[in-house]
Ligand binder design. Structure first.
Ligand SMILES: [Zn+2]
Length: 79
């Protein structure tokens, strides 16, 4: 019962964050990573992680990012 209540609160909380964050990912990701917000403008930039690939914010609604070198296979292939 307690766990279920906590899950409900968590999912409401996440949903509220997603609503708040929608369309504001450039500034949020910039604040979280310490990287310049220009990096998340939807254009291609040198990847800040691998310095080899082209990095881009692919979905400003969800904050999804993509790198042609290190993120191309999905979450399990991120290293
Ligand atoms: Zn990369």
């Amino acid at each position: 019962m307690t766990a279920m209540t906590r899950n409900d609160q968590t999912s409401t909380h996440v949903s509220a964050i997603k609503n708040t964050a929608r369309g504001r990912w450039p500034e949020i990701l910039s604040a979280l990573t310490g990287l310049p917000s220009e990096l998340f403008d939807g254009e291609y930039h040198q990847c800040p992680k691998c310095k080899k690939g082209l990095f881009r914010l692919v979905d400003a609604e969800t904050g999804a990012c993509f790198c042609t070198f290190c993120f191309r296979g999905g979450p399990d292939n991120g290293g």
